[in-house]
Design a protein around this ligand. Structure first.
Ligand SMILES: [Mn+2]
Length: 355
């Protein structure tokens, strides 16, 4: 595996490439053209400039998170082919630039959903947290207002103000889309993009829905082993793969994370590894990465990745806000650096004990 960190670009991120370069064992970053809107074609010169900036800092641009999928594609509206054509052009350019892993998601309207961006933990750190009770008490507009008011000035991925201004229209677009329709639209999209992925050896890595169940009545399909295996089979091409995100699949305690990893041998193209601490089945917070701080056995998760011969990029995921850092919630430097170091330690121990 290759240890990486997510980086939003010098215009948007409080963390610098120089800082990332100094985290031992981190050799690459996962980035994106954060200023682009879903459906837009990425300019080759922007892709190459991003790549060069990262390489000049002594790091590798290992993959993209994310190339976002336009809502027309998820809803399956008559103009979806235009947006798929744009997506294909972007993939072509990424392939030509030597980038071979693209993370994306197929979540309607919202990306991840949290109800608190700065819950205070006993040690004084703050973390992202979720309670179902809070979601049930809110409507989506209120949710956006509370999230954007609490983000340390950062624009959160998937919660861009331009999109959220149209939140009512977005909900209207999805009113006839159920799980089956969303599966069908995902299949249509994948079948159209697989030829370009085959040509440039681009691994598509779908990110799970977070939390892994329906929120605000919207359909959500990338939530459990059964659905993800259905998706792998429905477009049975090795380039159709997944981002295994322990913190997203893990929101549902019925998901057996090591078992899911083992069932996806050869199809995990990217891994997000982080821990959650459950206070009840409907209330969780994002803890430090260590097993002892949360609910998951991180050793078992890393062991399962080792067992399937995982060789792709991996990154620590959302970190706590510690040591008075001010950054995009979940994306500070310090706790993610601790996470990377911990995961590297687990990996070294697993590798050496299996020799
Ligand atoms: Mn993730």
């Amino acid at each position: 595996m290759q240890m990486t960190l997510r980086w939003y670009g010098s215009k948007y991120d409080t963390v610098t490439l120089k800082q990332i370069r100094q985290i031992p064992g981190v050799t690459g970053v996962i980035s994106t053209l954060y200023g682009t809107a879903p459906g837009e074609v990425w300019e080759m010169e922007d892709i190459l400039a991003l790549k060069k900036e990262i390489e000049d800092a002594g790091l590798q641009l290992v993959g993209i998170e994310s190339v976002n999928v336009h809502d027309a594609i998820k809803v399956g509206t008559p103009d979806r082919d235009k947006y798929i054509d744009n997506y294909i052009t972007t993939l072509e350019r990424l392939g030509q630039a030597g980038i071979h892993m693209v993370c994306y998601n197929f979540m309607p309207v919202f990306d991840w959903t949290r109800t608190e961006l700065a819950r205070v933990r006993p040690d004084g750190s703050t973390v992202l947290a979720y309670t179902q009770e809070a979601v049930d008490a809110l409507n989506p507009e209120d949710m956006f207002a509370s999230i954007s008011g609490d983000s340390n000035g950062a624009i959160l991925p998937g919660w861009e103000p331009e999109r959220m201004a149209h939140i009512k229209e977005l909900f209207e677009m999805y009113k006839d889309v159920d799980d089956e329709k969303l599966f069908a639209n995902l299949k249509y999209f994948l079948e159209r993009i697989m030829p370009v992925c085959d040509k440039y050896d681009i691994n598509m890595a779908i990110h799970p829905d977070d939390p892994a169940w329906s929120v605000f009545g919207l359909p959500r399909i990338i939530i459990n082993k059964q659905n993800i295996l259905r998706m792998m089979k429905m477009v049975d091409n090795p380039h159709n793969g997944v981002t295994f995100c322990s913190g997203s699949y893990g929101t549902n305690l019925e998901n057996d994370l090591p078992d899911m990893i083992r069932s996806l041998k050869g199809r995990i193209h990217f891994a997000h590894v982080r821990n959650l601490k459950f206070n009840s089945p409907t209330d969780f917070e994002e803890s430090a990465h260590l097993s002892s701080d949360g609910t998951f056995d991180m050793y078992e998760i890393m062991l399962a990745l080792y067992d399937i011969g995982f060789e792709g990029p991996i990154r620590p995921d959302h970190g706590r806000m510690i040591w008075d850092e001010v950054a995009m919630p979940g994306y500070g430097l310090y706790d993610r650096a601790l996470g990377a170091t911990y995961l590297n330690g687990l990996w070294e121990a697993i590798c050496k004990s299996h020799k």
